[in-house]
Design a protein around this ligand. Structure first.
Ligand SMILES: [Cu+2]
Length: 125
């Protein structure tokens, strides 16, 4: 191998390690939801190639309001579903859509687009 081949090989290995770290090992960001003045826990979620934030930590037994804004036109993210809570909503591009319910039991509940490609998690504690 000459120097360029060695450099390319090392670069490739470094890139693979970075990808592994990024997708599996990097700490996932958790967002703890704050209460507004009326006692509702409220969080704004951006939908663009995924949900931001995608791990949402809330308190059990307190009303929860999630404000989704979809900033893309990809059909994939057109709907958001909370199967455990029987909730879903259509998300027109650029419009804020609210989903409100009270999580009554502690646990971890997934939410997703209609095809299950985008995923997030609601952590109730
Ligand atoms: Cu999808």
């Amino acid at each position: 191998m000459n120097a360029i081949q060695i450099a390319v090989t090392i670069g490739g290995i470094a890139l693979s390690l970075f990808i592994i770290w990024f997708f599996w090992l990097a700490p996932k960001q958790q967002t703890r939801v704050a209460f507004d003045t009326s006692g509702v826990q409220e969080v704004a979620i951006t939908v663009k190639g995924g949900y931001t934030p995608d791990i949402i930590v809330v308190k059990v037994g307190q009303p929860l309001r999630m404000r989704f804004t979809r900033q893309e036109s990809a059909a994939c993210s057109e709907m958001v579903l909370f199967p455990d809570f029987n909730q879903n909503a259509k998300l027109p591009e650029g419009q804020e859509v609210m989903i409100e319910f009270t999580p009554e039991k502690p646990g971890e509940y997934g939410f997703q687009c209609q095809m299950g490609m985008l995923r997030g998690k609601l952590v109730v504690e």
